[in-house]
Design a protein around this ligand. Structure first.
Ligand SMILES: [Ca+2]
Length: 216
């Protein structure tokens, strides 16, 4: 096992890797720490993957109307052959999801596709736009972090600029912070009149190749 930073604990052996959220811990006796934990993700046969992609869908802004006066939006995430969905937020054009997802991936990661839909009860869901993120800059920044042997503090690794080949609304910084390589992203939704998506992506290396975080 064993990589504990922030409020999360990574537990692994040669076949599996689990990411657990620590929501309470206390010391019972000298040398023993007791944890209350909640599983975030478990990946079987982790040796086949190069790491875990953590995606936090934060919020949407100025989403398009698909019902009479509003929409009931949710987001579908696709990376490789893995798919996940956020919850539906009823009657809201500026929804806040703050939902986390984990994907076990092998390099090259390719792109993360995002599609927004309006949930309808009596007909098929309406499209509210789509976008994507190229994940390779995140992995490249992770390799740079290793090369620089960063183990603590906060360091800006690279910046991705908006252009005609991506969906970025503004420049996106990739930063090493609290033991993780993190990219905050704001995306414009395509093939729709309006809509923006705000999210965070993180790349967590395979435990056998990760550099442990030093605790002061
Ligand atoms: Ca609806």
């Amino acid at each position: 096992m064993n990589d504990w930073h922030g409020g999360e604990l990574r537990v692994s052996d040669h076949r599996t890797c689990s990411l657990l959220r620590i929501y309470k811990y206390y010391f019972v006796s000298r040398g023993d720490i007791y944890l209350k934990i909640q599983p975030l993700a478990t990946t079987k046969y982790m040796e086949k993957a190069d790491g875990l992609l953590k995606v936090i869908i934060v919020r949407g802004k100025n989403l398009v109307i698909r019902d009479f006066t509003s929409s009931d939006p949710y987001v579908v995430l696709k990376v490789g052959n893995q798919i996940a969905k956020t919850k539906v937020i009823n009657s809201c054009l500026n929804p806040v999801w703050n939902e986390e997802f984990m994907f076990s991936l092998k390099e090259p990661l390719g792109i993360l596709k995002l599609e927004v839909f309006d949930r309808d009860r009596f007909k098929s869901d309406d499209k509210m736009g789509h976008a994507f993120i190229d994940l390779q800059p995140l992995v490249s920044a992770s390799k740079l972090k290793k090369a620089l042997q960063l183990t603590a503090g906060e360091t800006k690794l690279r910046k991705v600029a908006p252009d005609s080949d991506n969906c970025l609304l503004a420049s996106s910084c990739i930063t090493y912070v609290d033991g993780e390589v993190v990219q905050d992203v704001c995306l414009r939704l395509c093939d729709v009149e309006s809509g923006e998506l705000y999210m965070t992506v993180k790349w967590i290396d395979h435990p056998t190749t990760a550099i442990p975080v030093k605790k002061s």
